[in-house]
Design a protein around this ligand. Structure first.
Ligand code: PMV
Length: 324
């Protein structure tokens, strides 16, 4: 007898070519494709159990009951699963992150990837990787990229059916590390769901999107060839282009702090001095410095010496979402 319960685990990911703006906000169909790597060592673990006695869905994150918008977003994914599986039971969803909230690591990617896998499995569905990526995408676009392993490309596709992420190389293909410099940034930021909806108010978004397939090609090739020089240039260009769109949207979004920009200058200096490293920033102030893993100790040490850097997390390339 099927137990209607399953536990899954997924890693967050860091985008090298960024997703910013949708062509369909409801379906989360992105305006451009994106490329990322999963972050080993950091994960969300989620247990979903469908129970006939529950009067409504329940969500518990790190031991705290969550209601309102957070619960609605989870129920939206559960509804898609219930519809496909032909079941009507409500579910209890228990989720834990092993990385601190507010550490500048987007938790929604890992969270919705783990939820998609755990809930579909609990409902008795055996979804393919592409189907799981599609389902995770409906909760958070970047979550589609936390389903496959290692280095991942999310194709914009022609519609809902082929708008999925696929692995372009396994974790051991290229031994990179992400050194996340956490800086002091207290003010509340605009979340990515609201941010995506503003992207097209920037006059720069059209140029950014029109040039995306060129950047994707360069980044994909740099990964396949393990060409750090070419990778570093396209990584920083793409991050800067996304932030240019953010800063020029209406209302404008300014995620950078002074310490963010100080790290950009330092990273470029270190690179000019022969240390392979490059920066990228998501919808926050913290800076992800990507480097070959054998340089991560040196990069971490240098980052910690910078004023304004509060902590540094180091993550290697991670594997796929999986049932535990
Ligand atoms: O998946 P969302 O809606 O949280 O959007 C992620 C947006 C960025 O992190 C800024 C870029 C990306 O591609 O991950």
């Amino acid at each position: 007898m099927h137990s209607y319960s399953a536990t899954a685990q997924a890693h967050p990911n860091i985008a090298f070519i960024k997703y910013w703006g949708n062509r369909d906000n409801a379906l989360r169909l992105p305006s451009n494709g994106s490329i990322s790597m999963n972050l080993e060592g950091l994960f969300t673990r989620t247990t979903v159990s469908f129970q006939p006695s529950l009067p409504f869905d329940e969500l518990i994150i790190n031991g705290h009951a969550v209601m309102g918008k957070g619960l609605e977003r989870v129920s939206y994914i559960l509804d898609l699963v219930r519809e496909q599986a032909g079941i009507k039971m409500n579910a209890e969803v228990m989720s834990e992150n092993n990385f601190p909230a507010g550490a500048g690591i987007a938790s929604s990617a890992a969270a919705f990837a783990a939820l998609a896998l755990a809930s579909s499995k609990a409902a008795g569905l055996e979804l393919s990787e592409a189907e799981l990526s599609r389902l995770a995408r409906r909760g958070s676009g970047s979550a589609s990229r936390s389903i496959p392993t290692g280095f991942v490309e999310w194709h914009m596709g022609s519609g809902d059916g082929d708008c999925v992420a696929v692995s372009i190389a396994p974790p051991d293909h290229w031994d990179l590390a992400d050194c996340v410099a956490i800086i002091n940034a207290s003010h509340k930021k605009t979340g990515s769901t609201e941010g995506h909806a503003l992207a097209w108010t920037s006059p720069l978004q059209a140029g950014r999107v029109a040039d995306a397939s060129r950047r994707l090609e360069i980044c994909r090739e740099a990964i396949l060839q393990k060409d750090f020089k070419s990778f570093a240039d396209i990584l920083e260009l793409d991050s800067d282009m996304m932030h240019a769109v953010m800063m020029t949207s209406n209302p404008p979004l300014m995620y950078w702090q002074a310490a963010t920009v100080d790290i950009f200058h330092a990273v470029r200096e270190w690179r000019a001095d022969g240390l392979p490293c490059a920066y990228t920033v998501d919808a926050g102030a913290n800076v992800h410095v990507i480097c070959p893993r054998d340089q991560a100790g040196a990069v971490e040490k240098k980052l910690r010496e910078l004023p304004g850097v509060r902590d540094v997390l180091v993550a290697r390339v991670g594997g796929p979402a999986r049932i535990v």
